[in-house]
Design a protein around this ligand. Sequence first.
Ligand SMILES: [Zn+2]
Length: 437
Amino acid sequence: MNSAISYIIDFLLGDQKPVKHNCRIGYTSDPQLFHQYNLVIVASSFFNEQVYGTPLSMPELPLKEIKGVPLLFGEAETTWHEDTLVVYADIIASAYFLLTRYEEIRRRDVRDEHGRFPGKESLPYRAGFIHRPIVDEYGKLLCGWLREAGVSITEPAPHIRKIWLTHDVDAPFYCRSLRNAVRETLKGKGIKNALRLLKQPLEEDPYYTFPWLIEQDNKVINRLGKKRSNALYFLKTGGKSVHDKPHYNLRMPDGASLLGLLQSRQVVVGLHSSYDAGKNPLFIEKERELLGRISKQKIRHNRHHYLAGREPEDFVLLERAGITDDFTMGYPDVAGFRLGTSRPVRWINPANKHVSSLILHPLTMMDVALSETKYMSLSYDEAFDYCLCLISRVEQANGEVVMLWHNDTVSELQTRNGAVKWHRDLYAALTDELKKR
Ligand SMILES: [Zn+2]
């Protein structure tokens, strides 16, 4: 059995591994081999050399379902072959397709203006299950089949394994330079007002909402403990493109104060790799090194600015740059389960099926994905209900909740690109909810 397939079987079972389960679960289409196993998942043609990487490998809509779970490959049938339970639903290829973003290497021509694969083009969205971590649901099916086949296996009670409270620092300050003051003046806000903004202490800058975010996050962390919850700030050190503006310098007094504040509160600091680095991942290493030098910390966590990690294979360079954990894997235009799972998963390269050591932490929800007109365009109530639905799905799957809220969207100014006014309230309501879980 190749390593990607055995990794996927392990991953589906999660903590519920029976002893030597690989001897008991077979993945084959050869009936001669069925008797060797308690349970056989019959391999569809997906991994066949003549099929893999060709148009034949793409699932067709509408999808079949097995026990209410959408199935990408195989048939919704089970049967007995003497003492062996034989399942024709190819949940291994289905999970592989979702976990590896296989669809994105087959559809290279489908990208948005930032080079990203749009969530609304994805199979999970088009097939109506983006709000369900169906790979985790496959895991539950697999455990059920193993039990049916006489293998003793227990499942843990639903709980959220970890909550990551994460913040991308795109624009830490609103008006801290002469250039900012000129911008305010040109906006017609008056030079007096601009100078007032410029002269006020850093703590009063409208985008400097970090003390408030730290306070919200600590409510969760103090209740659940650091093992189950972490605050994580992604900081930028590179990028020259217009999409990387505003540029800020963590060595200048304001940047140093911000870094000092974050470090004094012992939050995790990660790299917010630039828009430019999304285009050319070779830049990631330099940006990581610089952040490490400035912060005097080993930087292991990454999230791409604009969530603009582009091609699946780009993760090779992320890993080579020394990143061990990436938090980019959500769609910018729709919140939900981009990889089909709510659990941290090793990155598998769909180009060569290699299982890497890089851990992907699927993003559960992002402030602007919920609200922006061109994305989900939800009202406060709709966004709150949708987020609660996602949180419950994570809980059922014993997964991680990864929240992404920006410091500027919770600003009292709320000026970000037509941003709505409720991001701050929603964050407070959701963190309130999470600390009860
Ligand atoms: Zn960003």
